[in-house]
Ligand binder design. Structure first.
Ligand code: PPS
Length: 298
């Protein structure tokens, strides 16, 4: 399926036609989850692939054999992408199914009515999401043209992005932590600051406790450098006409605070203003404190 120039609009949200059809999006929002499923949910560029790797490694007690042999999109397929159903049909029934999604909660929530999969929601400082997404648009030929950074910046704040608005996505999923005891919210920043504790938190949520040595093995194999060199996760297996590897790397920098290399002071002030306004009804307002500036994103 090429459809590199096609965009599908579903419930008012744009999805790349290369990976999504109206039919597979419809199927996704009615997906019959099982209580044993593990669902990784995120807005793009928030640390999705990192959590896929962590969950794979936790399930194999730190042994990298599986994560180094099977591409991440096969071991943790995106629910809304057209190839998901056949992959899940072929997957073994003994281990938990690991499924990924970028769908917003308001679209996927109804699918949880009859089941309680374990949901891990990963979020990231939106300024770093914006910068990472901007660079990804330059290499991913299935996404619209990035335009100038200023144009991309404005589109991001207005929610004119594939997979919709960052604000709606994060508010929609994290507001569920109050009622859904099967939802773990973790941030990219927590994983960056203390990967050991993040792995421990995820493994205990998955009820898969690990020995110290197993945690250390997980840490080793999901470090930025290990993942950058693992072709099952660094997207170099994707042909150049789909991802132009001469224009960038999927495993780009893997840092927190990289927005500072791109944002002007004016953009930063504008971002903070929009963030404050859009997040005023959200308790997450001050999660992304900028340690080096001792300044809060809001
Ligand atoms: S996607 O396209 O939505 O699946 O992208 P996603 O995986 O959510 O986000 C990609 C960014 O995550 C970074 N990344 C990591 N950072 C630190 N450590 C590890 N192990 C790691 N794995 C992935 C990746 O580099 C992208 O961020 P940027 O800022 O672009 O480098």
């Amino acid at each position: 399926m090429a459809r590199l120039d096609v965009m599908e609009t579903f419930h008012g949200i744009m999805f790349p036609g290369h990976l999504h059809t109206q039919d597979c999006l419809q199927l996704a929002i009615r997906f019959p989850f099982q209580d044993t499923d593990v669902l990784i949910a995120s807005y793009p560029k928030s640390g999705t692939t990192w959590v896929q790797e962590i969950v794979t490694l936790i399930c194999s007690k730190g042994d990298p054999q599986f994560s180094q042999a099977i591409p991440n999109w096969t071991r943790a397929p995106w629910l809304e992408q057209y190839y998901c159903a056949p992959i899940l049909e072929a997957s073994p029934t003994s281990s938990p199914r690991v499924i990924t999604t970028h769908l917003p909660h308001h679209l996927l929530g109804p699918a949880f009515q009859d089941s309680k999969p374990k949901v891990i929601y990963v979020s990231r400082n939106p300024k770093d999401v914006l910068v990472s997404y901007y660079h990804f648009h330059k290499m991913a030929n299935f996404l619209p043209e990035a335009g100038t950074f200023q144009e991309f910046f404005s589109n991001f704040l207005e929610g004119k992005m594939c997979y919709g608005s960052w604000f709606d996505h994060v508010k929609g999923w994290t507001s569920q932590t109050v009622t859904m005891n099967n939802l773990l919210h973790i941030t990219y920043e927590e994983m960056s600051q203390n990967l050991h504790d993040a792995i421990k938190r995820i493994s205990s949520f998955l009820q898969c406790p690990l020995l110290e040595e197993e945690i250390n093995n997980c840490m080793k194999h999901c470090s930025f450098s290990s993942m950058r060199d693992n072709k099952m996760v660094n997207y170099t297996l994707v042909p150049a006409e789909i991802m132009d590897h001469s224009k960038g790397s999927f495993m780009r920098k893997g840092k927190t605070g990289d927005w500072k290399t791109m944002f002007t002071d004016e953009q930063n002030q504008h971002f903070k203003h929009v963030y404050r306004t859009r997040m005023q009804d959200c308790s997450l307002k001050s999660v992304w404190a900028e340690q080096d500036e001792e300044e809060c994103v809001c």
